[in-house]
Write a protein of this length. Sequence first.
Length: 293
Amino acid sequence: MPRSSPTKTRWFSDSEGRSRGVRKDRAKGVDPLIELRGVSLRFVNYSDKMYTLKRAVLELVLRRDRPVPNSEFWALRDIDLRIRHGERIGIVGSNGAGKSTLLRLLAKIYPPSTGTVEVRGMVAPLIEMGAGFNPELSGFDNILLNGAMLGFTRKQMLAKVDGIHEFTGLRDFADLPLKYYSSGMFARLAFGVATEIDPEILLVDESLGVGDAAFREKAKERIRGLMDRSHAVILVSHELGSLRELCDRGLWMHKGRLVADGPIDEILGAYIESTATPVPEPEPAAEPAEVSG
Ligand SMILES: Nc1ncnc2c1ncn2[C@@H]1O[C@H](COP(=O)(O)OP(=O)(O)OP(=O)(O)O)[C@@H](O)[C@H]1O
């Protein structure tokens, strides 16, 4: 594990991770906005084999009524985490480390397989932008549709349309069906709609890279504005410069585990160093007990 100041940055081993309790934020006398305790998340891939007579008999004998899992994969392991009001968190880690999965868990897209997740406040996930868009509908109709999915009424969204057009520069294309938008135009619209709301907790996954260079600058500016208005922000990005610029606390993930938590400069420094010297493998741990019900 890379070295750093022991007073500020916490380096986690498995045993520390399991013994660390998540307590009330006594310093401020308030509950943290986000609390994760002993969280693990498992993906199960089901086989798509042909349904043979032999398999049918086996399933009857074994009294199985659902497909047999082909393989399972723990994308998150033993995560304990507290995020307080006003924190700007940047998450780093190599491909497949579990960063996006952690954001999806905080957005309640995935439930944990073990442990508890508490999120206090309205969450705006800039995660799968444009996921709810309909390519047959116009840009304008998609703005209203997406707003409805985020919980806004038609009237509330109509009041936001002008601002969205202003920001995206797509006013002239408002009546064009989305299927004729270029990928850059699509990304602009999705980003414009998703950032038009004022969330308490903002989750951003690699969204700083949308559109062309000029739009990326506008997007960053927009995120800065949102960051000023929201209570907590969590950014996942491989653009380390942006994380250094926008965040104060860093989390480093490796193979589904939180391996370090501390001031952003220290975490980024150690992470960059690790690309020259690989991160030691986390100690093998016992399978977490599954939550029932
Ligand atoms: N729905 C899923 N089903 C099965 N495995 C999944 C699923 N989603 C993610 N994974 C796996 O979980 C692991 C963590 O993925 P995740 O997308 O969270 O990584 P990441 O740190 O965001 O990576 P990157 O930097 O490449 O975006 C990967 O091995 C990925 O293949």
